[in-house]
Design a protein around this ligand. Structure first.
Ligand SMILES: *[C@@H]1O[C@H](CO)[C@@H](O)[C@H](O)[C@H]1NC(C)=O
Ligand SMILES: *[C@@H]1O[C@H](CO)[C@@H](O)[C@H](O)[C@H]1NC(C)=O
Length: 438
């Protein structure tokens, strides 16, 4: 006699879709500043047996219009959290002005375990902090060590590459330039312990670059993703773009494999994965949010059995003037002709600015938030349809921002930010592991 449970097990292999298996929601802090929110950022890294969270808090005893930048180190084995503020040269907690969406931190740990944070720049000179000891949450101001001291910066996205060096993309505006803000690309070498500028990879007169994400393929190539607005700035952007950098030859290629010279612009062939749609335009969108428009994107790569890189861009797109922000994906196989394919995956209630995407060769996941609600995950395994699942442990927590990192075992670790779920000036940061990949 087959029991019901056994029958369900026998049937399971025919259901290619994996079940989402969220773990326990871990509170990293319930003292986050309400301006601890961004979409372009990288506020979570995992290295050396630790999760590393960067977030803002209201300065204890200080003004709620200011913040301290915090680094929380959480032991993956026992959950112990050790945290500290980033420090000025005199050893005090650095204090910065609140500026949601701009003055938020990105964090990466280099291959030797030193912790790096870029933060609190809105068209400002470097604000860069680094730990003096490996695996320490205590970071000191190292801004003066950066190149390009007179350039002003916004939106730092930093990640560790395969060999332990760090890569940073950031919007920069050279002193005296009043016609464009470019995409600046830097590398930190663990052997020299120095940052150097690799290039200004994207620059177009009349436009500004908005960095989104960096990913790495196993050959050491660095894959860049970003978007564009009219100069000087806009709440909404256009023409999500992708480029692959090969450090060993110092060359840049578009998705077709064509080598291009720098700087690239929107008119570089095959650079843009979401072209302008009917009625979409750059003009007139400064400090306004009309659609059609593009806003925030994240990148996931996987390599097939012959090492070909497959690119997935998850992004938000508003396709009408007053419509809600949708969740879309553009996919491509590196080296193909006419490579980009686009799909609308979620078009429902309004979504909030941040999303995350991970891909393990079989299953792709896109994490997003519904306004006034919390975090969800869209998932697709091989050729099945998309599922759309509320992340149950985050329900009721009013998560509005997130960041996703996929571990080697295919489990995703999420940074979930709920900027005001304590009160109007205070929110929370949570960690949620999401397993269950097929
Ligand atoms: C906008 O997106 C929806 C999906 O909800 C689609 O049905 C519709 O055709 C799109 N409109 C335009 C103008 O592209
Ligand atoms: C919000 O909560 C924090 C932490 O409990 C508290 O220090 C602060 O006074 C509260 N602010 C308001 C406006 O209630």
């Amino acid at each position: 006699m087959y029991t019901k449970k056994l029958l369900a097990l026998l049937a399971a292999p025919f259901l290619a879709q994996a079940a989402i298996e969220p773990g326990e929601l871990v509170t990293i802090t319930s003292a986050a500043d309400s301006t601890n929110q961004a979409a372009w950022w990288a506020p979570l890294d995992q290295y050396g047996g630790y999760d590393w969270f960067a977030y803002l808090r209201n300065p204890p005893g200080g003004s709620t219009s200011n913040n301290n930048v915090m680094v929380a180190r959480r032991s993956i084995s026992d959950g112990a959290i050790y945290r500290d503020c980033v420090k000025t040269s005199s050893g005090e907690c650095a204090v910065f002005a609140d500026d949601a969406g701009h003055n938020t931190p990105s964090i990466a740990v280099d291959g030797d375990g030193f912790v790096h944070v870029f933060t609190s720049m809105h068209n400002e000179q470097w604000k860069y902090f680094r730990s003096s000891a490996a695996y320490s949450s205590t970071l000191v101001d190292r801004s003066s060590e950066m190149p390009d001291q007179t350039t002003i910066f916004t939106y730092p996205m930093v990640k560790r590459g395969n060999n332990g060096n760090l890569w940073l993309i950031i919007r920069g505006q050279a002193s005296g330039d009043s016609s464009a803000k470019g995409g600046y690309f830097y590398r930190y070498s663990t052997s020299s312990k120095q940052w150097t500028r690799v290039s200004i990879w994207a620059y177009n007169t009349g436009y500004s670059v908005y960095p989104d994400d960096i990913q790495f393929s196993s050959d050491g190539d660095v894959h860049l993703q970003w978007e564009w607005s009219k100069y000087p700035a806009s709440a909404v952007r256009h023409e999500g773009s992708y480029l692959r950098y090969r450090p060993s030859t110092n060359t840049y290629r578009t998705i077709t494999g064509a080598t291009v010279s720098l700087p690239v612009t929107q008119s570089t062939p095959d650079l843009v994965f979401q072209p302008l749609t009917s009625g979409e335009r750059y003009g007139g969108d400064i400090n306004a949010s009309p659609g059609p428009a593009f806003q925030s994107a994240k990148l996931a790569l996987y390599e097939d059995s012959v090492g070909t890189v497959h690119v997935s861009s998850g992004y938000r797109f508003k396709n009408t003037t007053d419509g809600a922000w949708q969740v879309r994906r553009a996919t491509a196989t590196f080296g193909a002709t006419n490579p980009w394919t686009r799909e609308i995956i979620y078009a429902g209630v309004e979504t909030t600015a941040a999303l995350g995407i991970t891909h393990d060769r079989t299953t792709v996941r896109i994490y997003y938030c519904r306004q006034g609600d919390s975090a969800y995950v869209l998932e697709k395994t091989s050729n099945t349809g998309w599922t759309n699942t509320a992340l149950a442990p985050a329900q009721g927590k009013r998560v509005e921002r997130l960041h996703a990192v996929m571990q080697a075992d295919g489990v995703d670790v999420l940074y979930l930010g709920s900027p005001t779920n304590v009160n109007s000036s205070t929110g929370s940061v949570y960690r949620l592991a999401v397993g269950g990949r097929a």
